[in-house]
Write a protein that binds this ligand. Structure first.
Ligand code: SF4
Length: 411
């Protein structure tokens, strides 16, 4: 098979440095009494924690690393033996399994011997209930407070009473966070963090927008790697500096016509979670077939452009209640339809992730409805984010090849 040639994204070197700095800082903080660490779900109230001086550790990011380096499958059975079903979120089971075994990939990558111990655990059920169950385990293990926001799901649009309720829940966290942090809450600092975080969203969105060019300068698989700072460092200037650099390079690639997929012929939308342990293989498969996955729901999930320093709690509540995952199918379909048109998409790929129903959207007729509405075909890929026992490489390659052939023939 001919080797797939790719022009590497140069900023990847800086990405490694930025991510290393983030983890080493957490590793150092864990050894110091005066530094406080908050564990936070990926779309949880991180900005509030930053404003009180916490360093923020994202447990889903840790789980995604376990998926990417394919150690998740070693740890999931350990959590299963501890009473956590193989049917539930494999982020949760792989992360808890790694903890029970006393291992973390942060040791090999950054010399951190164990995950940094939390002073407080934060979550928001805007994405799923699993983050609450996951953190309940650690609250018991570390004997630290568990604070969270509970939000409604399956909404056509965000209701004002929901925004008020979530804003009130955020405000109610403040006294307890102050006590844990050992410092007073400063609303002006909170406003500043929201501005920095909003800028991160703006830059990340601009990065993703470059994929609207033909040929696209990046793919979904690149975005899964480069989204790291938007996930774990939003609210910090280092993330924004990184995205300015990446954006400049991508714009230059667009100007020079440098394609992420050489000879790009077909463009796809990816709906659902990545299959972390197969990113490289899937990337090579699509490159070989001259297919570019130009846009995804997943990578766009870390865009919170609604933060408003003039109305910090309400705007934060509104932004976190407006994310794709909390919306009903009609709202999700409208969102995807708009992206399909804007990015010039030829087909939609749905990842049916066995253990993440919240981020799997093909199970209630959406795929058929959208194909009919948009006049483009779709393919459902069965797999999982971390549990590779749910993924058949052979079957996926066959199905993807047939799907691309179908699109080619319909031209
Ligand atoms: S959204 Fe899915 S993958 Fe993420 S924590 Fe919830 S169940 Fe797990």
């Amino acid at each position: 098979m001919a080797e797939v040639k790719r022009v590497a994204i140069k900023a990847t070197n800086q990405l490694r440095e930025v991510m290393a700095k983030h983890f080493m800082e957490l590793g150092e903080a864990a050894k110091m009494k005066n530094k406080k660490i908050a564990w936070c779900s990926s779309v949880g109230p991180a900005e509030l924690a930053h404003s009180l001086g916490f360093l923020v550790y994202y447990y889903e990011n840790h789980a995604a690393i376990l998926g990417s380096n394919r150690t998740a499958s070693d740890y999931i059975p350990i959590a299963n033996a501890h009473g956590y079903s193989p049917e539930i979120c494999s982020y949760l089971t792989s992360d808890i399994g790694a903890y029970l075994k006393g291992e973390t990939p942060l040791t090999k990558a950054y010399g951190i011997d164990k995950v940094p111990k939390p002073d407080v655990l934060l979550y928001s059920t805007n994405q799923c209930r699993e983050v609450y169950d996951w953190m309940t385990f650690y609250a018991h293990e570390f004997k630290v407070p568990l604070l969270g926001v509970n939000t409604p799901r399956t909404q056509r649009q965000v209701r004002e009473d929901t925004v008020k309720s979530v804003a009130a829940q955020l405000e109610q966290m403040v006294p307890e966070l102050e006590e844990i942090a050992g410092r007073a809450f400063d609303i002006d600092r909170f406003r500043e963090i929201l501005v920095i975080s909003r800028e991160c969203s703006r830059l990340w969105e601009a990065v993703l927008e470059t994929a609207a060019a033909r040929p696209s300068p990046l793919t979904f698989f690149d975005a899964c790697i480069h989204m790291g700072p938007a996930v774990v460092m939003r609210g910090r200037e280092e993330a924004n500096d990184y995205y300015r650099l990446l954006l400049e390079e991508l714009k230059e690639r667009v100007n020079q016509g440098i394609a992420a997929v050489e000879g790009e012929r077909n463009r796809f939308y990816w709906e659902g979670m990545p299959i972390w342990g197969k990113l490289r293989g899937m990337s090579e498969l699509f490159s070989r077939l001259k297919g570019c996955i130009a846009v995804s729901t997943y990578c766009s999930s870390w865009v919170f452009s609604g933060f408003d320093p003039k109305d910090p709690f309400q705007s934060m509540a509104r932004a976190y209640c407006s994310i794709f995952i909390v919306q009903d199918d009609k709202a999700k379909e409208d969102y995807i339809a708009e992206k399909v048109e804007h990015f010039g998409i030829d087909g939609i790929l749905y990842h049916d992730a066995k253990t993440c129903p919240s981020n799997t959207n093909n199970r209630y007729g959406m795929a058929n409805r959208l194909s009919e509405r948009l006049g483009i075909p779709h393919l459902i890929i069965n797999g999982d984010l971390n549990d590779l026992r749910c993924f058949s490489e052979e079957q996926t390659v066959t199905n993807v090849e047939a799907f691309v052939e179908q699109i080619e023939e319909s031209r």
